[in-house]
Design a protein around this ligand. Structure first.
Ligand code: ZN
Length: 148
């Protein structure tokens, strides 16, 4: 795990220890997500109100990267419209998959996850919650989302 040291910054470790919005939202749209490469599993709950994400939360188990990413994502999504959430997905995905260190959109706290671009096997850990969110917002909530 030593090569991942740079990834495990304080913010990521803190969100892993005490994830934000780690709970069930009764009556909300729920969506399962699974990353078979690492074994990360989560259930995302999205409560929409008039096209706006009123509340978003998750439960599950996985590595520090997957949990921290879900925790940071839920913080970032509250109050966003579905379109804004999809735009944020695109910006986040570009940030963690970009193979050049050029400027990316200012994603605030989400930027702590930019380091995963150096570790291709970890990109799916960081993107699992986001793929799951995209499906939940689109109301494609029947099937488990897999990163494969
Ligand atoms: Zn993982």
């Amino acid at each position: 795990m030593s090569e991942l040291t740079d990834l495990y910054q304080e913010v990521i470790l803190d969100h892993n220890r005490r994830p934000h919005n780690f709970r069930v939202i009764e009556g909300a749209t729920s969506q399962e997500g699974y990353n078979p490469l690492c074994g990360d599993r989560l259930t995302l709950y999205v409560a929409m109100d008039g096209g706006v994400i009123r509340d978003v939360a998750f439960q599950g188990s996985g590595c520090a990267i997957s949990k921290a990413s879900a925790s940071l994502m839920t913080d970032a999504l509250k109050g966003k419209t579905a379109d804004e959430a999809r735009a944020l997905f695109d910006q986040f995905h570009a940030m963690i998959t970009s193979d050049h260190a050029g400027p990316t959109a200012d994603l605030g706290k989400l930027s702590v996850l930019a380091g995963v671009r150096e570790f291709p096997s970890r990109i799916k850990c960081a993107s699992l919650a986001w793929h799951t969110m995209k499906a939940a917002v689109a109301h494609h909530s029947d099937a488990t989302v897999s990163t494969e």
